[in-house]
Design a protein around this ligand. Sequence first.
Ligand SMILES: Cc1cc2nc3c(=O)[nH]c(=O)nc-3n(C[C@H](O)[C@H](O)[C@H](O)COP(=O)(O)OP(=O)(O)OC[C@H]3O[C@@H](n4cnc5c(N)ncnc54)[C@H](O)[C@@H]3O)c2cc1C
Length: 500
Amino acid sequence: MPESQRPHFDVAIIGCGPTGAGLANLLGQAGLSVVVLEREAAIYPLPRAIHFDGEVMRVFHGMGLGAEVEAVTRPGLKGMRFINAAGQTLLMRGGTAAHGPHGCANNHYFHQPELEAVLRRGLARFDKVRVLLRHEVFAIAQDANGAHLSVEDTASGRLFEIDAAYVVGCDGARSLVRRLIGAPMKDLGLVQPWLVFDAILKREVELSDHTLQICDPARPMTYCNVLGRRRRWEIMLLPGEDPFSITRPENVWPLVKKWITPDDADLERAVVYTFRSVIADGWRRGRLLVAGDSAHQTPPFLGQGMCAGIRDIDNLAWKLVQVLRHSAPEALLDTYETERSPHVHAFIQLAVRLGDIIQTRDPAVAAERDRKFADSPEVFSFPQPTLGPGMLTATPHAGSIFPQPRLADGRWLDEVLGKHFGLLVKAGVGTVAAGPQERVVVAAPGDALDAALDALGVSAALLRPDRYIFGTAQDAAGANALQRVLHTGLAATQGEALAA
Ligand SMILES: Cc1cc2nc3c(=O)[nH]c(=O)nc-3n(C[C@H](O)[C@H](O)[C@H](O)COP(=O)(O)OP(=O)(O)OC[C@H]3O[C@@H](n4cnc5c(N)ncnc54)[C@H](O)[C@@H]3O)c2cc1C
C-alpha cells in the first residue's frame, strides 16, 4: 500500500499487557492518536502479578481509573515476612500504612486479569485509541518520515502496514522491539525456575494474612493471600526436578499439603516460570522504544515487575506528549532510559539480594543466616531511588517522587494538577507566574502540602507530570527561575542536569 494511504498514528504500542494498556490510557488521555496491536485474542487469563505499590495506584488514579482499579484490589495492610524453617521471622517489609505518602495504602493485591480488564475498558473513553486484537507485528522499519509496522491480522491472515511517529514495544520478555533496537540484556545474576501454584479456596482455611517468604533450605517457598478466595504459593524447583511433570496435580498438591489439600481448594493453575534479573542496555533507537518486561525483568520477591513497567510509562508518556504536541526535541526521549534504568536497577538489585536469602539451599549457610537475623529481625522497605540524570535540575531533591498530600480544600494534589506540570509554593513566598503548561498550587499555612514542602526544607517545588520533582527553590525568584529552566530545557533537552 502506498505510504500516503496507510493508517498513521502518533504512537503504535505493541502488546496490550498492563504496560501497553496503561500507556495507551495515558496517551489517549493526552489526546494522542494511538494504535495498540496485540497478538492474543483475549487477556491472558492466568495471574502473574498479584501486588503493586502506592505509587502505582497513584498512576492508575492519574489515568482516571482510580475508582475502577480500587474496585478490583484490596489494600495490603499486613506486610511481608521472611521466616525460617522453624517459623522465626528473619526480615519484615515495612511500610504497610493504610495512608502512605501517595494518598493511598502502600500495598495493593489483585488478580492480574481483572486489573488488565479495567485498563482495557478505560481505552473505550478515547476516540483516537484503537485496539487491534489478534494482530501480530512481525517487522518494523523506520526512516525520517516515521516508523512502518508490518502487521498480520491472525484471524484472517491478512497482512498490512501501519505508520506511526513512535513505536513503543510493550511486548514482554521476548520483545521483538528490543531485538530491533539491538539492546543487549545486562544480567544481575539471578536465574532460577519456580513453580507458581494458584488456588481458589472452597472453604475457610486458616492461613496467614501476611505474605510469607519461607526461607526453608529444604524447599524455599512464597505464600500470599491474594484477593478474596485466591491464594498463591511460589515454590522453588530443586536441582534435577522436571519443570513439566512437577506441574501435574498429583505432584503439586503434596508440596502444599502443610497448608491446604484438594478438599480445601481448587487448583487454578500450576506453571513453572524462570525468574530472571535483567535490564536492557538501550531503551530507544530512533522511533523505537521499549517499556515494561521488554526493558527489564525482576524476580518477583518484591512484587515489583509490573510496577516498574507502570513507572516506565508514566515517565515516557508525558515526554512523548511534549515531543509530539509541544515540539520538544527528540532528545527528551533519551532521558527516559537515563532516568528510569538506575531506578529499576535499584529494585532488581534488592530483589536479587532477597532472592539470595530466600533461595539458600545449604543448611549450614541457612543456619548462619538464621543466627544473624532471628534475634533481631531486619525491617526493610521498598527502595526509594531518585531518577538517574535526565530532565531534572541540579537542585535539592530533584528526581525524587513528591508525595500526594490532601489540600486544605479537601482535594488531593493530583486532582488539582491533572497531568500538568505543577508549581507548588508556600504561602507568602511572593508572586509566581504560571507558565503555559504549569498549574500553581499555593500551600495554606500548616496544611499537608505546606508540611510536605517543609519536610524537604524548600519553599517551592516544580513537579513534572509524573510527579517527580524537576527542581526546588527557596523563594519566588527561584521558583520563577525553575519555570524558565523548564521551558528552556523542553526546548533543548541535552539529557544532563539543568542549572537552575
Ligand atoms: C510468577 C510471577 C509473579 C509476579 N508477581 C508480580 C507482582 O506481584 N507484582 C508486580 O508488579 N509484578 C509481578 N510480576 C511481573 C509482571 O507479571 C510483569 O512484569 C507484567 O505482567 C509485564 O507486563 P508487560 O505488559 O510489560 O508484558 P506482558 O504482560 O508480557 O505483555 C506483553 C504483551 O505483548 C504481546 N506481544 C508480544 N509480542 C507481540 C507482537 N509481536 N505483536 C503483537 N503483540 C505482541 C503479548 O501477547 C502480550 O500480551 C510477576 C511475574 C511472574 C511471572
